[in-house]
Design a protein around this ligand. Sequence first.
Ligand code: ATP
Ligand code: ZN
Length: 292
Amino acid sequence: MNNRRIKIAVQKSGRLTENSLDLLARCGLRYSRSRERLFCYGENMPVDIMLVRDDDIPHLVRDGICELGIVGRNVIDEKATAADLDKVIALDYGHCRLCLAAPEDHAYDTPAALNGQRIATSYPVITRNWLTANDISAEIVEFSGAVEIAPRLGKADLICDLVSSGGTLAANHLRELSTILNSEAWLVAAPATQLDDFGREWVERLSQRVRGVQQVNGSKYIMLHAPRVKLAEITDLLPGSETPTVMPLDGRDDKVAVHAVCRETVFWETLESLKQAGASSMLVLPLEKMLA
Ligand code: ATP
Ligand code: ZN
């Protein structure tokens, strides 16, 4: 089938949108955004983007409407089971945590203090699982938004909500008690057994490109000249690099050129130590693409 295409579900408008579209662009996808902006047609690959509410992404992928999706771990755990979705790659953005919080005067010492209490949350599934795992019997009050005002309204004793900086909690005189889930955005796929050959091939190809983009982030390419006698000492100083490439320099027997990919930040201090060890003509370059 040559008109077969792959769909990736991405949050339409919210905290994950910009990073997710940016990541796909860095994977080489060129797309045009349609007027109603629900669908981006991939111009240079058989890959389209569906822009939807983040809450719908786990089911769109589970039901095979989209082969891939980008969504927060909090939404994955709330809406899907491990059998529904394959969590392919943690993307290192959209960091937040799902926390229990209580009014500042709430007497909380151990999780057992939650027995018999009412907890307001928009994450009933995750909260229920955590309560069960900790052997706590508490009542869950479902809220779809503005969970932080539930205690003031007398609707709950505590809340379980997403936090990134903690500013909203402080503004509502709430104290963070414990983290029940650490979350970040994930690339998710339908389980491989549910995909046809074309789907599997593209899920694999795009996953590999996402890994390539992640490897490039923070990596640098370093080139320098080293006295042969100092080669071992100098390569030991290169941060996070595997076997460097060593090349002869025309007309020089005492020096070689060393090229290496450094997977850690190359600081000025690193260059200064290299210079002290005898390195010269040092260049540090950004990397654009990498494929292992
Ligand atoms: P939608 O209209 O798509 O349903 P939303 O209001 O549910 O949007 P956003 O507030 O845009 O979603 O958050 C999207 C995701 O970003 C969250 O599910 C979570 O994974 C992540 N995130 C990161 N920091 C925060 C935060 N401080 N509060 C809420 N979500 C956060
Ligand atoms: Zn949402």
